[in-house]
Design a protein around this ligand. Structure first.
Ligand SMILES: Cc1cc2nc3c(=O)[nH]c(=O)nc-3n(C[C@H](O)[C@H](O)[C@H](O)COP(=O)(O)OP(=O)(O)OC[C@H]3O[C@@H](n4cnc5c(N)ncnc54)[C@H](O)[C@@H]3O)c2cc1C
Length: 538
């Protein structure tokens, strides 16, 4: 992942930041001018802000109107608090000032995720962002490391990664590109933030850019009978009788999928047989020192617990499988493992892991929880929102709604969901744990053939390949394979082209440079205090 490329929101999706093209008169007739976003959670306001900015709804010659309908009575899920570095692209496209955004959302920095007790009880490892080591010659750094590790001459992987080494030391600074080829020039980071404050922050931006917010509960939906548009949504009606008409509808209504499912019956692909956790209970607690620059995911007897440090509190939650543990036990387990004093009553959530069969059906595009859900083990939901918005812009329809475009949108959407799904399954399946029925189940269950193929490739010669357009890079897979205890039988044959002593010297120099860089970095707390300290919430 390279979050430093502001021209695109995600790889492969063109994103206009310069003045848009002049629209000729024939295009004007087919241009979609009325967009209605249903829902104002993270998905709704991210969509509203991005579309307002990219479509230049205030100043473009041909104006597109964007209206967002939300109901305060229904509220939002609002527990999405951890992100991955791609969100920097989103911020860059929106022109968001990172320090301001962190102050407004009580945010902190994130260098990776620590996994505790996943491969074996008592073990822990980190999935750090960014690269590991420095490329040496013919094959990747990991292959030289594999070869030396087999010879007993390599240090643990974390010592070759600036983000992992810094996270362990509770250090943080943003990358300083002026430092050339120093590891300090390429520190990849993401954020933790308070999701309800994030939605408020985006709402302020989006309304400032011309989005109209409509408060009210949708109680009825009308569909078109016009030739070529049969079944398209034409309007939503609110409980106060107001009718909101549109040409394109973005369904951000959360798990209920008001338009994409309740109305259009698009269907849902259930992945519970691979990712069996189906419930969560969440609770904030008081902060404790230090504020760690990473998320922690601790495996429990029938699921896992998250710990997300913010400036004003810590977000905690227990994701679990109701077949193996009761709600009461799961809540008690969470409350017994809080790092600080609980600040609210525990909040239960239910979900079914999987994806909507089509993310785009007729003139409705599902973004956010309405398009599917995978547990937040690798903090991917907010990224999936961003990716759907980018894809929607890439495939922006005219009034003809070309089916070929919709099909390709759906194909790419599926590919992204499925590759993330496989990566998440890996965390459960690749374990030695046999201490509870839950771990025995996930360790021995059948997994998708696509995942078996990847595991076999790595087991054989340590090879990892990233599918075109896939979110997680080779280095992410490497850290989880390694962290969960899978070792290649042999290294890549070409790793032997360099003398073992020379390779050892090279690895030692990378390790030494990274250790020195970490020494130079400020603590996470000092960095926040200097750049983006939030005011206490009133
Ligand atoms: C346990 C858990 C932990 C999570 N942790 C993370 C994480 O760490 N990182 C991450 O990236 N993601 C995480 N997520 C996912 C993240 O919370 C969601 O992706 C994100 O909040 C987007 O939600 P949403 O906007 O799609 O839906 P919601 O927040 O549910 O918003 C739905 C909106 O639709 C509106 N609405 C619904 N029906 C109507 C109606 N009839 N009329 C009018 N308005 C209506 C509501 O008012 C609301 O505004 C987590 C999710 C869960 C369940």
């Amino acid at each position: 992942m390279n979050p430093k490329a502001p021209a695109t929101l995600v790889a492969g999706a063109f994103f206009m930041t310069a003045p848009g093209p002049t629209i000729d008169s024939t295009m004007q007739d087919t241009l979609i001018k009325d967009v209605v976003i249903v829902g104002g959670g993270t998905a709704g306001w991210m969509t509203a802000a991005a579309l307002a900015k990219v479509l230049r709804i205030r100043e473009a010659t041909e104006r597109v109107r964007i209206r967002l309908v939300e109901s305060d009575e229904i509220g939002i899920v609002g527990v999405g608090e951890a992100t991955i570095p791609m969100i920097q692209r989103f911020n860059a496209v929106l022109g968001i000032d990172e320090d301001e955004f962190l102050r407004e959302t009580q945010g902190t920095f994130k260098l990776g995720i620590e996994f505790v007790d996943w491969g074996r009880l008592g073990d822990s490892y980190m999935h750090g962002f960014g690269r590991i080591g420095q490329d040496l010659w013919t094959v990747g750094f990991d292959q030289y490391w594999n070869r030396l590790r087999a010879a007993g001459r390599a240090s643990p992987l974390e010592r070759y990664s600036i983000t992992r080494a810094a996270a362990k030391a509770n250090k943080f600074m943003r990358a300083d590109p002026s430092l050339g080829n120093s590891p300090l020039a390429e520190i990849a980071h993401a954020f933790h933030f308070d999701a309800s404050l994030y939605a408020k922050y985006l709402r302020k931006l989006a309304e400032g850019w011309g989005v109209e917010r409509i408060e009210g509960k949708i109680v009825d939906v009308s569909q078109s009978m016009a030739a070529g548009r049969e079944g398209h949504v034409s309007a939503v009606t609110l409980d106060n009788g107001q009718r909101v008409e549109g040409e394109l509808f973005v369904d951000c209504s959360g798990f209920r999928g008001l338009l994409i499912e309740q109305l259009l019956k698009t269907g849902y692909e259930d992945w519970t047989h691979w990712l069996p956790c189906d419930r969560a209970v969440a609770v904030p607690c008081a902060s404790v020192q230090p504020i760690t620059p990473y998320t922690r995911a601790t495996a429990r007897t029938a699921g896992w617990q998250w710990r997300i440090p913010l400036q004003h509190r810590i977000g905690n939650g227990h994701v679990y499988c109701s077949r193996f543990i009761s709600d009461d036990e799961a809540t008690a387990m969470l409350m017994a493992h809080l790092p600080g004093e609980a600040l609210a009553a525990p909040r239960p959530l239910r979900f079914t892991t999987g994806m909507r069969r089509l993310g785009w059906n007729r003139n409705v595009v599902a973004v956010g929880l309405s398009s599917g859900f995978m547990e937040p083990l690798e903090s991917t939901s907010i990224h999936l929102i961003q990716a759907s918005i980018a894809r929607l812009i890439s495939f922006w329809p005219d009034r003809g709604f070309a089916q070929a475009d919709i099909d390709e949108f759906n194909r790419q959407n599926r590919m992204e969901f499925e590759t993330i799904r496989d990566f998440l399954i890996l965390h459960y399946h690749l374990t030695e744990r046999s201490d509870t029925p839950f771990w025995n189940h996930v360790r021995t269950m059948e997994v998708p053939a696509s995942l078996t193929r990847r595991m076999n490739l790595y087991r054989s010669r340590g090879r990892i390949f990233r599918e075109a357009g896939e979110l997680f890079a080779e280095v992410a897979w490497l850290q989880v394979f390694e962290g969960q205890g899978l070792k290649p039988e042999q290294a890549h044959p070409l790793a032997a082209l360099i003398d073992e002593r020379e390779t050892a010297d090279y690895l030692a120099s990378v390790e030494g440079v990274i250790a020195k860089c970490v020494e130079l970095m400020p603590t996470h707390e000092a960095y926040i205090a200097q750049h983006c300290k939030a005011l206490p919430l009133r």
